[in-house]
Design a protein around this ligand. Structure first.
Ligand SMILES: Nc1nc2c(c(=O)[nH]1)N[C@H]1C(S)=C(S)[C@@H](COP(=O)(O)OP(=O)(O)OC[C@H]3O[C@@H](n4cnc5c(=O)[nH]c(N)nc54)[C@H](O)[C@@H]3O)O[C@H]1N2
Ligand SMILES: Nc1nc2c(c(=O)[nH]1)N[C@H]1C(S)=C(S)[C@@H](COP(=O)(O)OP(=O)(O)OC[C@H]3O[C@@H](n4cnc5c(=O)[nH]c(N)nc54)[C@H](O)[C@@H]3O)O[C@H]1N2
Ligand code: SF4
Ligand SMILES: [Mo]
Length: 732
């Protein structure tokens, strides 16, 4: 098959492709001639989890320009538009430059000093916790700050302040993959390395629009010399699907049935790897029995795919030597997300596609440090992938941190949705958000706005004062952003890389690490905090915590080692391991992290989506990313003139032309999109890339989450953002 690059989409494709190929045409990548090579430093990008290394070109110690690093195993000299424009987010009029406080509701935010801000934070949080108990204050953090920062946040909030509940935006993003891996493999361990994209014969992308969400990983697929078959499973004909060899446009939320049906066919046709199943898995017999109830005719009726398409997919997965299965938000954000992710894992287990080059059941991560938050945020897991519920784990972590064991909670936090519900019920009275813009990114915004207003105390720690959430805050803590601080990120393939300070933060803005230290000192946490005196000393503490864990990194000396090695994938124990190569995958020995070292087949009954389509709400609304140039709630990407050229300015809904015709809609007409949760007015774009009966809205515009709702998967509690029943009507 000949793989083309991305060029299909009116807004995004051609310009992005040009930018990837010829950044100079956009005025990018021009290294000022007077700069010597010594004035360049390497730093990992702070947007997506691909984890590209960028060279920052410095003048008088401040970055003036950047270009992608050629000698880094991730991006090999490439960067996507956001990476190229990473510095643009730093120079903006709406940067938060001083702490701000709202003495009482209805009054304006007023500038205050850091000393006063820390005092107010501590006084009000302490009063809340003292009067209403440890569950009355909570934090919501992120996958977009450095590992050292998120670890310090979790330690200070939980062990210092005594909070029980803290979660992050990673709940909206990766919770499903975490839960699925933990149950199936015994540890949250995405097994792959990016080289697997280049070494597969078959690449199955499920609910992943790689071309625009991880453009550099798509470029890695283009480098595959084995003429791979690329199969995109997505209800929409996305940029990725239109460049794949095969696009399977299944009905939204029919993935679980599809994958049980494929397992049925693999078993029926004898396309399983009996040795692998026998030696390295448990639960096969019962799983085979379960999927016997998913014959192709029934699966075809549910998914909308033909029996021929089902057999074709099964044949590709079952008969080719190296098959890798990748998934992202089309899977993770669903009402039965965890079981769907595990149904994908089951296909890899059935066919022995794990631990070899070009294979794997591979969750692709979203944010630059979502992987760091999975292991070190102290929310669902205790630091280092430990369990709050496990007494031996608590003793180990407390001992290494120099904290009394009794200060460690014995249960994991409430999830994001439970924290929000807690505000409604009155059990949560104070909330601290760090590097997440909840009021834009969480579903059913109208309800959330009311709840944020109901809080007694809302603290927002962000780079900008203008975010939807910051505007509601009682206290704004101004944060330095990517490029203005040091630390590490962990990318999708478990590679730890260093990100560096190449700019001074504006005004009095401080790195999150420094903000947290100031708050912890003011709180009076005790002497343990003294050891967290710099990001690199924090890294040394975290290293020690990982000993004897599957994610052990005791063999990494420090930042210099990481930089020289081109990043290092976990595990990297000081006692060495089976492979210490630059590109490493897990489970080559077939030994998983469960008690019997076998991976588990996990399955369940198929359930109906909670959002029912009916005459009043006849369309299914899918949401997701709209272009490679837009990042989430756009607080950062909207600052770049170049990125703004690469996407539509205002919110829009994509609709199939025949559906639009049946409603009598004109091209680009403004329409009313209503759901059971709210209504908005946006422009309609007619395109056959969405199926009949479906519509699509990118999440980057505030309108989208005014009408979605965060119903969650029961196992991961990750919201199902990609299936809301909607009605579309002419405006007026
Ligand atoms: N440019 C850009 N890149 C980003 C981000 C960004 O904001 N902008 N965000 C980053 C983050 S945090 C994340 S998590 C990733 C997300 O990366 P992706 O998951 O690739 O992005 P999405 O567009 O959210 O969703 C992917 C696809 O899921 C499909 N989908 C919807 N419902 C279903 C379904 O029922 N079944 C299947 N099989 N597919 C379905 C959608 O049509 C969509 O094309 O991107 C990361 N990269
Ligand atoms: N409908 C719908 N909703 C979705 C999704 C979807 O597909 N559909 N996807 C979900 C997913 S996968 C994700 S990951 C979330 C993302 O949702 P959010 O996390 O809310 O999105 P961002 O815009 O990335 O917000 C990050 C915030 O942190 C600030 N910031 C950036 N760097 C720093 C820093 O270093 N320090 C501090 N303190 N602040 C910083 C930014 O200015 C910004 O306000 O959205 C989710 N919401
Ligand atoms: S692909 Fe991701 S990590 Fe690489 S430059 Fe783009 S945003 Fe940055
Ligand atoms: Mo995400």
């Amino acid at each position: 098959m000949k793989l083309a690059s991305l060029e299909c989409r009116a807004f995004d494709g051609p310009l992005t492709e040009r930018l990837l190929r010829d950044p100079g045409a956009f005025g990018l990548g021009q290294v000022p001639r007077h700069l010597s090579p010594e004035a360049t430093t390497k730093s990992v990008c702070g947007y997506c989890a691909t984890g590209c290394a960028l060279n920052l070109h410095l003048r008088d110690g401040e970055a003036v320009n950047l270009s992608p690093e050629t000698d880094y195993p991730v991006n090999l000299g490439m960067a996507c538009p956001k990476g190229w424009e990473a510095l643009a987010a730093l120079d903006a009029d709406d940067r938060a430059t001083t702490p701000l406080y709202r003495p009482s509701r209805g009054e304006a935010l007023e500038p205050i000093s850091w000393t006063r801000a820390a005092e107010i934070f501590c006084e009000r949080m302490r009063r809340c916790l003292d009067e209403h108990g440890n569950e009355s204050a909570a934090f919501l953090s992120t996958g977009q700050i450095c590992t050292e920062e998120m670890a310090l946040l979790g330690c200070f909030a939980k062990f210092g302040m005594g909070m029980v509940h803290g979660d992050g935006n990673t709940r909206q993003c990766m919770a499903t993959a975490v839960t699925a891996y933990k149950e199936s493999f015994g540890f949250d361990a995405p097994p792959y390395t990016y080289a697997d994209f280049e070494q597969s014969d078959v690449i199955v992308l499920v609910g992943s629009n790689l071309c625009i969400t991880h453009p550099i990983l798509w470029q890695r697929i283009l480098r595959n010399q084995r003429s791979p078959e690329v199969i995109a499973i997505d209800p929409r004909a996305t940029e990725t699907a239109s460049h794949a060899s095969t696009h399977l446009a299944l009905r939204p939320k029919s993935d679980l049935t599809l994958f049980y049906g494929i397992a049925h066919l693999l078993i029926r046709e004898g396309w399983v790897d009996p040795d692998f199943v026998d030696q390295h898995t448990s639960g096969y017999e019962a799983f085979a029995e379960h999927v016997s109830a998913f014959p192709p005719d029934q699966v075809a009726a549910v998914t909308g795919l033909s029996e021929g398409q089902l057999l074709g997919l099964a044949r590709s997965i079952g008969t080719k030597e190296r098959v890798s299965l990748w998934w992202t938000m089309g899977v993770n954000q669903s009402h039965e997300a965890t079981r769907t992710a595990q149904a994908i894992i089951n296909l890899a287990l059935l066919t022995g596609n794990i631990g070899r080059p070009g294979t794997g059941a591979n969750s692709i991560t979203g944010q630059c440090n979502a992987m760091g938050s999975r292991l070190f945020s102290n929310t669902t897991n205790l630091l280092g992938g430990h369990a709050f519920e496990n007494a031996a784990h608590r003793a180990k972590v407390a001992g290494l941190l120099g904290i009394h064991e009794e200060r460690l909670p014995r249960c994991k936090s409430h999830a994001y949705d439970q924290i929000i519900d807690g505000i409604e019920e009155g059990s949560v009275r104070a909330l601290w958000t760090i590097a997440t813009n909840s009021l834009h990114s969480w579903g059913n915004r109208k309800r959330l706005r009311g709840l944020l207003e109901k809080l007694e105390f809302l603290v927002v720690q962000d780079m900008y004062v203008s975010t939807d959430t910051a505007r509601c805050a009682d206290l704004v803590l101004p944060a330095a952003g990517w490029g203005e601080k040091d630390g590490t990120f962990i990318n999708s393939e478990r590679r730890i890389g260093v990100t560096k300070k190449v700019r001074r933060a504006p005004g009095q803005a401080l790195a999150d690490f420094q903000i947290l230290r100031l708050l912890a000192k003011t709180w009076g946490c005790g002497s343990w905090i003294d050891r967290w005196d710099s990001p690199e000393s924090a890294f040394q503490i975290l290293k020690a915590v990982t000993r004897d864990q599957p994610c052990e990194i005791t063999g990494i000396d420090g930042y210099r080692h990481l930089d020289d090695a081109g990043g290092i994938q976990w595990p990297y124990p000081d006692k060495g391991g089976p492979s210490m190569d630059q590109e490493r995958r897990l489970f080559a020995d077939g030994q998983f992290h469960t008690e019997d070292h076998k991976a588990r087949f996990i399955y369940d009954r198929v359930t109906a989506s909670p959002e029912i389509v009916n005459d009043a709400y006849p369309f299914i609304l899918l949401t997701g990313r709209g272009s490679s140039a837009q990042w989430h709630t756009q607080t950062r990407t909207s600052k770049s003139e170049i990125l703004r050229q690469l996407h539509p300015r205002e919110a829009y809904v994509e609709m199939h032309p025949e559906d639009a015709a049946s409603l009598g809609l004109d091209p680009f007409e403004r329409v009313r999109v209503s759901t059971r949760h709210g209504q908005v007015e946006v422009m309609v774009i007619q395109t056959p890339t969405v199926g009949r009966g479906q519509v699509f809205m990118p999440m980057h515009y505030p309108e989208t989450n005014q009408i979605t709702h965060p119903s969650v998967d029961p196992h991961s509690r990750q919201p199902s953002y990609k299936a809301t029943a909607v009605a579309i009507a002419r405006n007026g």
